[in-house]
Ligand binder design. Structure first.
Ligand SMILES: [Zn+2]
Ligand SMILES: [Zn+2]
Length: 376
């Protein structure tokens, strides 16, 4: 076990930063990377992102490995020595661990340099709010990198520690959130007929959305809606409600299905609001592109796991969370895999979750072997 990587992971855990505010995290990453002498470091990539380039100086492919670096607005309940020093902010998705793994890869590439091509280590900010991948991919500094392949991992509670979990095709769905705001007219509670209460429209939209639900993971028509929040009027008992809102997330397997669903929802909301004489707005927020794993890239992951004698699981069905790495697989051949973080681990985004340090070497060695397989 490499104590320096554990110490670094715990340092990030102690000083977590929210999406888009990873200023000190960026500095810590750059300082640590300097120990392992990359050919070049690119800072301020798509916000507080960092790329470290290991160039063999010889012709060959360019392989990118990506880690995410942001934390969540969750109050940590754990009481260990490395607990978050910031009120209401903590690493509850294991991005501290993903970052430590990529730093471990830098260390290994420095110790055992590759013989051809280039490796890019990308530390991506703002994953949790779905804007970091886009910001990095659109950054002029990134356009000079042009990777041939891109890989990433996410730790997965519920799977044995160190197990490599992957599949060809869909790995995570396309996901988006929806905010519907409706404007009617308030009236005296005794004379609601003089106002426009959005209650019937909201009940009708909720019912219609339930009808669209198709939660069969094995079907190409899979679509899942989750009600996040709803409100009608206010707690003023003399007033008939004059406005309301509904918030949902929805997910399905690809962009075409998502675009279809968005159109269908827009039509039914428009129709229902018009029928009920309500003004309305629809906002689509937090878009996560579907993560579609390239077949050759998955073969490389499987070979890399087996070369290290790590347990490999070909997952029959995709995961259901949204992950903004999907935008990389939309633009670059590549894949994401899961790294088991223990069957008994608390779930991601739970207030008592902590990344298990024991799985760091599994991530480092799998990434390094993938680079070896592609670059020779
Ligand atoms: Zn997360
Ligand atoms: Zn995450």
């Amino acid at each position: 076990m490499q104590q320096d990587l554990i110490d670094f992971r715990r340092e990030l855990h102690t000083y977590p930063e929210l999406s888009g505010a990873e200023k000190d995290t960026e500095k810590r990453i750059i300082n640590k990377l300097k120990e392992f002498q990359p050919t070049q470091i690119i800072a301020s990539l798509g916000g507080h992102g960092v790329a470290a380039i290991y160039d063999s100086g010889k012709a060959g492919k360019t392989v990118l490995f990506r880690a995410d670096t942001d934390a969540l607005p969750i109050q940590e309940v754990n009481d260990f020595a490395h607990k978050s020093v910031y009120e209401g902010v903590s690493h509850k998705c294991g991005h501290d661990g993903h970052t430590a793994i990529l730093v471990g890869l830098a260390k290994k590439l420095n110790q055992y340099p590759l013989k051809a091509g280039k490796v890019i280590l990308l530390f991506q900010p703002a994953e949790e709010i779905g804007i970091g991948a886009k910001a990095v991919l659109e950054d002029e500094k990134f356009k000079e990198i042009q990777p041939d392949y891109a890989f990433a991992l996410h730790n997965v509670p519920g799977f044995p520690k160190g197990q490599i979990v992957c599949r060809k095709g869909n790995f995570t769905p396309a996901a988006i959130s929806l905010v519907i705001k409706m404007q009617g007219k308030q009236a005296h509670a005794a004379q609601q007929e003089n106002g426009i209460n959005p209650d019937r429209a909201i009940a009708s939209i909720m019912h219609q959305i339930q009808q669209l639900h198709h939660p069969d993971l094995g079907s190409k028509d899979f679509i899942k809606f989750t009600t996040i929040y709803t409100r009608i009027g206010s707690k003023d008992y003399g007033i008939s409600a004059g406005d309301g809102e509904l918030h949902y997330t929805l997910r399905c397997w690809n962009k075409e299905k998502l675009d279809q669903a968005k159109q269908q929802l827009t039509d039914l909301i428009r129709k229902t609001c018009h029928e009920n004489k309500l003004g309305f707005t629809i906002d689509w927020i937090y878009y996560f592109a579907a993560n579609i794993n390239d077949s050759y890239a998955v073969d490389c992951i499987e070979k890399a796991a087996k070369a290290n004698q790590f347990d490999y699981l070909d997952k029959p069905l995709p995961f259901q969370w949204g992950e903004d790495y999907g935008l990389f697989t939309e633009n670059i051949s590549g894949a994401m895999f899961g790294l088991g973080s223990g069957e008994d681990s608390p779930a991601l985004h739970h207030d008592n979750y902590d990344f298990p340090d024991e799985i760091i070497p599994y991530g480092v060695d799998t990434f390094y072997s993938i680079a070896q397989i592609i670059l020779g």
